[in-house]
Structure formats: C-alpha cells, structure tokens
Design a protein around this ligand. Structure first.
Ligand code: 26Q
Length: 802
C-alpha cells in the first residue's frame, strides 16, 4: 500500500508543507494565505509523486518492460490535488497536518484551477487512462502540448455564450517540472534535396525553421499501487537566434521567427466535432508528434542502444487521428537517420502503432490539403505519398480490388491527405470505443479495409476513472457500499456487482435515497453560493451535460420542455411531478446553431422562472462553464441521465457512465455505450426510446421528411411555431427552419418516443422504492465501465503488455 511505502504521518506531512512555505514561498505558516497553502501542499504532493515515479520507472526500465506512449492532442485533467493525495493514500495525514496549522484542506482544493487541456470526452478519456495505467502498474507516458490557454471559460451573458481565455498556469504550474535538458528541435518548412552517394540514398532538409520543444512533466499516481504515469507536455519556444540567417548577414531576420514558433503552444483549438484544416493546427500536431517520437526513440536508445527491438519494447497509441503524423515521423527517423530500408522500417512502424477512432461524423474526419501540407512538412509529405503509392499497389495487385474501392481507401484523394486512412493502413490495431461504434466502423466507415484485414479491427468500450467520481466525489455513497460489501471495490470495480445483492434491502434503499438527497442539497448549495439560484431538492434532477452539438440533441430536450410548458399552461391543474432540468455544455465558439440552442435553453429558463403558474413544477437551469470540477459535484446529484443522441452518432459517451455510477437512471437512445449500459442493467432499469441505428438508416434511405411530422403532429407543430413566433420576446427562426425542413439529426422523428419516455420516468419516480431499486442496480452494474477494465483490454489485446 502506498501509505506504508511513504510511512506518511501527519508530522511528516506538516514538515513537508512548512518547508515549501518557508523555503520556496518565503512565508511563515501563520501568515500564509490559502493560495500559498495550496501551492505548498501541491509541491509536497509533487515531491512524493516524483519520488514514487523514479522508483517505478527505474524498476520498469531494469526489467525491460514494454512502454506505452499515449499520444493525444488533449488531456482534460481537471484538478490534481485531491486526486494525488487520494491515490497516494496520504489524504488523511495531510488533512490532519493542515488542520494542525488551522487550515481546511477542502478550501485548498478550491484554489486550484482545472487543467483544461481538452475539449471533452476524448481528452477526459486520456486523463482517465493515465490514472488506470498507473493503478495497473503499466509503465506509460502520455504526450500532449502545454497549452498556455486551455479550453475557454464560458460566461453566459444575456443567455448567449461568450468565451473568456483560460489562463490556467498561474495556479496550475506547481504540478509541472520543467526538463529543459530534454528539449527537442522540431523542423518546419524548407525543401528536400536527395542524392545517391556510395550506394546510399541521402535526404537533406534545407532552409527549414526550427521550433524548440521543451518538456514539462506531470505525474499521475496509481491508487494503492506502486505505479505512476508520466504526462509530458511540450512547450514551444523559438530558438534563440536563427544561425543560418545570422550567418547570411540577415541580422534582424535571425531574431525574427519568435512569435511564429511560440504560437504553437498558445492555445487549444476549442472544436470537438469539426475540422478546419488550419495551418496552425497542423503545426501543433506535427510539433507534438515530432517531439514525442524523438523522445520515445531517445529513451529506447538509452536503455537498449539499438532500434532493432523497438516495436517489441514500445507501443505507441494514437488518440484519434490528431497525432497521426507520428507514423511518417517514425518512418522518417528510421529511413533518413538510421539507414533502414523501407520494408524494414515499415515493419517496425506497423508493429508499434495502434489507433483509436472516436467519431464517425464525416465533418470530423481529418483531411489536409496536400499543397499546404507539402509546404509545411515536405519530407513527411513525401513519405506519406510513398506509403500511399505502396498501399494502392498492394490493393490492386495483392487484393485485386477495383479502382473505386482503391480510391476510397487511398490516403491521397481529391488533393487531400486523409488521416484516418493513413492510420488504418499503418496501424496493427484499429478500435472503436463502444460495441455499436466498433460495428459501425467495421461495416461502414472502414468497410473496405475491414473486408481485407478483419483481424485488425476490434472494440474497447470506454471506461472512466471511477475512483474520481465515486471515492473522491461521492464519499457518502462510497461509505454505504463499503458498509454493504466491504472495501476493495475501489481497486477492483468488478466487485461492485456484489452491491446488487442489496436491491431489495429496504434499509439500504432508504440510505441510498438519503444520500442522493444529500448530494442534491450539496449541488443546490453550491449553485446558491455561485449564482444565487435556488433548486428544489424535491424535484427530479434531470441532467444533460456534454459538449453542445446538434447530434447530441440538446435541442430535442429543449423542445420537449417547451411542449411540457405549453401543456401546463393549458391545464395548470394536471398531475405533475416537479422536475429540474439541468444543462451544462460548451459550444464551439464558431458553431452558430449550438449557440442558438444555448440561448433557447436560457430563454426557457427565464420564461418558466418568471411564470408563477409553473415555476414550482418545472425549472430549467443552465450551468455556466461546465468542466471536470463541476462534473464532480453534479454527477452524484443526478437522478435522470439524458443520453439522447441520434442512434449511430455518439461513439460512446462517458458522462453516461459517470452518471450511472452515481445512481442516475439513463433515459436514452440505443447509441454508443448506452447499448452496453442497457445490457448491464437490464431493460427494466433503463429508459430506452427512439429509433435504433438500423432504423435510422432505413428511415433515411426511405426519404425522411420532417415537414410531414410538423404537419401531422400538433404538439410538435405548436412547440416549433413558438420558436418561430417568439418565446419570452425571443425568436429562433434558424433553429425553426433547420428542424422543420432539414432536421439532420431526426429530432422530430424521435420526439414522440422521447416525450413518452420522459412521462414514463415520472411514473417510475413516483414509486420511490422502485426508483431507488433501479438506482442501486445501476450503481452495481457500473463496474465494467471502469477505466481499469478498459486499460486492461488495451494492454492485453492491443499493446501486448502482459
Ligand atoms: C480536430 C481537428 C481540428 C481541431 C479540433 C479537432 C478535434 C478535437 C477534439 C476533433 C474532435 C475532438 C474530440 C472528440 C471527442 O471528444 N469525441 C468523443 O470521444 C469520447 C471518448 O471516446 C466518446 O465517448 C464520445 O462519444 C466522442 O464524441
């Protein structure tokens, strides 16, 4: 156990904190602010993490263990203090030590900004996997960019989303250790000269620009294990002086490249479902992979002195296509720097890389204009073209495919480089993130590849850092489960199933209900403090939290609320179950309709709140700036989890798992991991509605005409008309037209089924013992969605670590 490994007493914790206060922050403990205490405590935790990491990595290195490198443009970490102390097993001694100095640890947590180095699901998944890798004692390094600005902070002004820059480093920097001695030079632009000499092919890169990548390290400790994951974040710095320009006599120009280089690590792109093909984004991606691959190769050489066993000792994982260029970059190093022949290099690459796909939306598949690409990365461009040439030749000659099929599968087409095809061609493993999504990938998105290499394709259903949302964020529930089944489940979440034995235990169900109430009150108090808004804890807490996107259908939720409001106005005396609709979502800043939907939700909130006839029966609450930290208060307080994407569109979802773990009942479509949640809890313990993915396809094929539904369905028509004619003085003509005439995500087709499912949820809720039983069954069935399980599957089936 980590505890005994440190032999951490409150005394020692106290000495550590004091030392950092006095020596680093130059302040006496009795005069230090909470901010200073936070920093000193974080530095103490970082010291423990660093010591533990050194032990772990030395051991892994000496045992010649295979290393995992997880390349991702995003790691959405949230806060680290509580997680670190908790996972290290030193939370109690630290709490006591601080208490002894008159400081409340809980207040220190509040001092820490979220490390928002990600948009949403994909970035949070990467963070959850670092936690699980460490817990399983698998040696792993995550690689990402040290964005100076993380995901923007959302301010809602007059119902509209506005964005504020998220300068997180002033409070977040304490977790970072700079390693300037391990900096890497990354080259952009220039031109390539090739020649043969003494029987060797030489490639010379000329007139390039250099950007220096400086690594900053962060650690993520495993829970009650000896493992620690490293997260290496690269910061871009201009090289001091461009010596080539300098020597040419261009004195001023030699100093002039600075801002260009440093822009690379300035800001995270706040898009999560649409690619823009911007040059800066391409620079960022190559910057990440060039620095990381160089680092991986260097570390390997330090241990083994040769690259012969590189693939045997390294698994490199590509988190969606964003780090795809790691593939041609490793080819480049092997070919140009190590003198490998093509086939030999390709073998190493193929055995090293694995790729996870996170989306089937066409607009989210990355493609780069070939000319733009060539001018920025001339050598990488050449290598990709050669990969493509060989791929096409192989498809024609070995697999006898016809040219339409080859054109589909090619990496270059329509003057664009297609990153997903490059990944599928080069990686030994391609996986989706839920059973349904992996099927869609196989049958649809990568159909032609799957036909010739079915063995490449597999599924790893996503998992979450369950300890964060249960052990840390939901202590009351953790205690109840511990009382029922003993400890241990936090290390082995499959044991959570044992909690299911208590589904008919009235006392346990009572306690569970009381805990939910406490968690609802905690959220209500938090909101009251933050915004002055008051929630009714006796109402159903119905939650939809996720990025804002049409395919996720927040607009369907809004439309149903609107219909419900209209029905209540017609008949104020009808039976009604009070319900609070909570939303949290950031919209990509340039996504017009998404911002309209936020405005619509805020308008509904205002209209309903100012109507005394309905305000006690329903309430809409838009939570500003939804992030990891807010999710930790929110997930445990929720009763109905809205997972209502159009079937076939949501790759997995992970919020659905966090809500289930907190005892919420899912109201959702058969999409993403909802399918597996339904299997795990049984159809009696989930509210499934709407078309299946197959039905969606069939309906589209038959010709979908939302206008017909508008004409035939008076409830739909009335709600839609209100968007056109005005609610609370606002009109939403673009939303109205989109839904009535186009409806790309088939809101109208699923609307009636959705409305019926909501009413059904109220009927169930009215029978509280029954609802509590459903809730308990959901918690007990959530063990399989732990990241520990997911990472175990990657280790065994994809990375070959065991
Ligand atoms: C691409 C190019 C340029 C700029 C930005 C991007 C970009 C950035 C982030 C594209 C996509 C993303 C993020 C995608 C994402 O979060 N996908 C979600 O991944 C989760 C983890 O697997 C799934 O649970 C969700 O279903 C999926 O939507």
């Amino acid at each position: 156990m980590a505890n005994s490994a440190y032999d951490m007493s409150a005394d020692r914790a106290s000495r550590l904190i004091r030392r950092y206060l006095e020596e680093d922050l130059q302040v006496e403990p009795d005069r230090a602010s909470d901010q200073q205490f936070y920093k000193a405590t974080a530095m103490a935790a970082k010291q423990l993490l660093a010591e533990k990491y050194r032990r772990f990595s030395a051991q892994a290195g000496s045992q010649g263990k295979k290393q995992v490198s997880y390349l991702s443009m995003e790691f959405l970490l949230g806060r680290s203090l509580k997680n670190s102390l908790y996972n290290l097993g030193v939370l109690e001694p630290f709490r006591q030590a601080l208490e002894g100095m008159g400081v409340n640890l809980e207040n220190l947590y509040e001092q820490e900004p979220d490390a928002g180095l990600g948009n949403g699901g994909l970035g949070r998944l990467a963070a959850c996997y670092l936690d699980a890798l460490a817990t399983q004692e698998l040696p792993a390094t995550g690689y990402c960019i040290l964005y100076e600005y993380g995901i923007f902070q959302q301010k809602i002004i007059d119902g509209w989303q506005t964005e504020q820059p998220d300068l997180w480093l002033p409070g977040g920097e304490v977790w970072l250790t700079p390693r300037p001695d391990e900096s890497v030079a990354v080259r952009f632009g220039g031109r390539i000269e090739e020649f043969w000499e003494e029987g060797y092919h030489h490639v010379v890169h000329k007139d390039y620009t250099t950007v220096t990548a400086i690594p900053y390290d962060m650690y993520v400790s495993g829970y009650h294990s000896g493992g620690v994951s490293l997260l290496r974040l690269w910061q871009a710095k201009r090289p001091g002086v461009d010596m080539e320009s300098f020597n040419r006599g261009d004195y001023i120009g030699a100093f002039g490249q600075s801002s260009l280089g440093e822009a690379i690590s300035k800001i995270l792109y706040p898009n999560d479902s649409h690619t823009e093909g911007k040059l800066l984004r391409l620079r960022q991606q190559y910057f990440l992979v060039a620095a990381s691959v160089r680092d991986i190769v260097k570390r390997h050489m330090d241990i083994y002195g040769s690259l012969e066993n590189f693939a045997e000792k390294n698994a490199i994982h590509i988190n969606d296509t964003h780090p795809t260029l790691a593939i041609p970059e490793l080819m480049r190093i092997l070919l140009d720097e190590c003198g490998y022949g093509w086939d030999q290099a390709w073998d190493v690459v193929k055995n090293t890389f694995a790729y996870t796909n996170h989306t089937v939306l066409a607009e989210a598949l990355e493609r780069w204009n070939s000319d733009l690409f060539q001018s920025l990365l001339p050598r990488i461009h050449q290598i990709i073209l050669e990969i493509n040439r060989r791929l096409c030749a192989e498809l024609y000659e070995q697999y006898h495919l016809d040219s339409p099929a080859v054109a589909q599968m090619a990496i270059l087409g329509d003057h664009e480089l297609r990153m997903a095809n490059l990944c599928v061609a080069a990686c030994h493993s391609v996986n989706g993130v839920s059973g349904l999504h992996s099927e869609i990938i196989r049958r649809d998105l990568f159909r032609d590849f799957a036909a010739i290499q079915p063995e490449k394709f597999c599924n790893v259903t996503n998992g979450i850092a369950s300890r964060r949302w249960l052990g840390q964020a939901n202590p009351l529930l953790t205690d109840l489960i511990t009382d029922c089944i003993g400890g241990g489940f936090l290390k082995d979440f499959s044991r959570l199933a044992e909690f299911g034995r208590f589904r008919d235990d009235a006392q346990v169900l009572e306690r569970l209900a009381e805990i939910k109430r406490q968690n609802k009150l905690r959220l209500a108090e938090y909101l009251k403090r933050k915004t002055g808004e008051e929630l009714n804890p006796d109402s159903i807490f119905d939650v939809q939290v996720k990025r804002l996107h049409e395919y996720k259908r927040q607009q369907m939720n809004a439309l149903e609320i609107l219909a419900q409001y209209q029905s209540l106005k017609d008949d104020p005396d009808q039976d009604f179950t009070p319900r609070t609709y909570l939303f949290g979502a950031k919209a990509a800043p340039g996504y017009y309709l998404a911002k309209q939907i936020i405005k619509l939700l805020c308008t509904l909130a205002r209209v309903i709140d100012s109507d005394p006839q309905v305000r006690d029966k329903m309430r809409v609450c838009y939570l500003e700036d939804y992030n990891v930290t807010l999710s930790e208060i929110l997930m445990p307080a929720c009763e109905i989890s809205e997972q209502i994407s159009l079937a076939g569109k949501e790759a997995s979802g992970t919020g659905n798992m966090k809500l289930m773990l907190g005892g919420a009942v899912t109201l959702g479509t058969l999409d993403g991991a909802n399918v597996e949640i339904a299997q795990a809890v049984g159809r009696d313990n989930i509210l499934i509605f709407g078309m299946t993915a197959q039905e969606v396809e069939a309906r589209k094929a038959a010709g979908y005409h939302p206008e017909e539904i508008y004409q035939q369905n008076p409830i739909v028509r009335r709600a839609l008309d209100a968007l056109r004619d005005g609610i609370g003085g606002e009109t939403f003509p673009d939303l109205y037209r989109s839904l009535r005439y186009d409806d790309p995500y088939m809101v109208l087709a699923d609307f009636d089924a959705y409305r019926a499912a909501r009413r059904e949820s109220e009927r169930l809720y009215e029978n509280r013992p029954l609802f509590n039983r459903m809730s308990l069954i959901n918690i007990a069935a959530s063990g399989v969605f732990c990241a520990d399980r997911a990472v175990g599957e990657y280790a065994e089936h994809i990375w070959d670590l065991r």
